[in-house]
Design a protein around this ligand. Structure first.
Ligand SMILES: Nc1ncnc2c1ncn2[C@@H]1O[C@H](COP(=O)(O)OP(=O)(O)O)[C@@H](O)[C@H]1O
Ligand SMILES: [Mg+2]
Length: 256
């Protein structure tokens, strides 16, 4: 049923306009189970708009989305979550004053006591599940009881990914610029984390500006230009120069 290589997500002819501006102009993309697809393209190419359509934050005006061969409508992040699609955004949206467990469970805390408006979160269960999630992702945070405001960029990225994984990105995990604004060592850790997820068979779509990182982690590269996916290429078949050519339009696209 759920073998690697099986078609997981199909986007067909997505269109999205903002007033007269056509941010998506017939964007189509296929992602197979277990694949890591990098989504690249110049600023304004439509990457974030595409991600928001999949995430239900800003549904497309028209076009189809199929998940495992079924037509689906993703009208809200809740819809996406229920379908097993989770997105980690660039700005991460962490609650800075809460600790790691508080962020991993944000808004979905298991309760120990619930009497009308009065409830007590089960912090023991939260801490245990948080430790389990961090362990599974091989993330080490020395003092997870501190507010996450005090964590480094890489640790914050790890917490955000941990939250999505705990919520269950059972179909697709989308990472928006996961290595932007991180130091060298932190980038190494986040790329390592992506590798761990890949080994577990997690299907991922990674939006990135950094072609070096794209080449390190992706199986396929999807290039967007002017609201369309103009090329989908196997990472092992192309060079960075080829991808830059596709991004800027020196090379005509061809969808593999
Ligand atoms: N909410 C919005 N309102 C108006 N224009 C938008 C909005 N979101 C994106 N756009 C425009 O749509 C185009 C695609 O943007 P975006 O998807 O953010 O590109 P990318 O993520 O590839 O840089 C850009 O021209 C951008 O200015
Ligand atoms: Mg963007």
């Amino acid at each position: 049923m759920t073998e690697n290589g099986q078609l997981l997500l199909e986007l067909r002819n997505l269109e999205k306009s903002f007033g007269g501006l056509r941010a998506l102009q017939g964007a189509s993309l296929e992602i197979a189970q277990g694949q890591t697809v990098a989504l690249v393209g110049d600023n304004g190419a439509g990457k974030s708009t595409l991600v928001k359509a999949i995430a239900g934050i800003q549904p497309a005006d028209s076009g189809q989305i199929r998940l495992r061969g079924q037509d689906v409508t993703i009208s809200s992040p809740k819809d996406a979550g229920e379908m097993g699609i989770e997105v980690v955004y660039q700005d991460l949206a962490l609650a800075n004053s809460l600790d790691v467990a508080g962020n991993i469970f944000l808004g979905e805390e298991p309760l120990k006591v619930k009497l009308g408006w009065f409830s007590v979160p089960d912090t023991k269960q939260m801490d245990a599940e948080t430790a389990e999630t961090l362990e599974r992702l091989r993330i080490r945070i020395p003092d997870p009881g501190r507010p996450v405001a005090n964590l480094s960029g890489g640790q914050r990225q790890a917490v955000a990914i941990g939250r999505s994984i705990r919520k269950g990105a059972r179909e697709l995990l989308v990472l928006d610029e996961p290595t932007a604004a991180l130091g060298v060592e932190e980038v190494r850790k986040v790329l390592g984390l992506i590798g761990t997820l890949k080994d577990e068979g997690q299907t991922m779509m990674i939006v990135s500006h950094d072609l070096e990182h794209v080449f390190m982690v992706s199986d396929l590269i999807a290039v967007m230009r002017q609201g369309r996916v103009v090329a989908t290429v196997k990472t092992s078949d192309v060079t960075k120069t080829d991808v830059v050519g596709l991004i800027v339009g020196d090379i005509e696209g061809a969808v593999a």
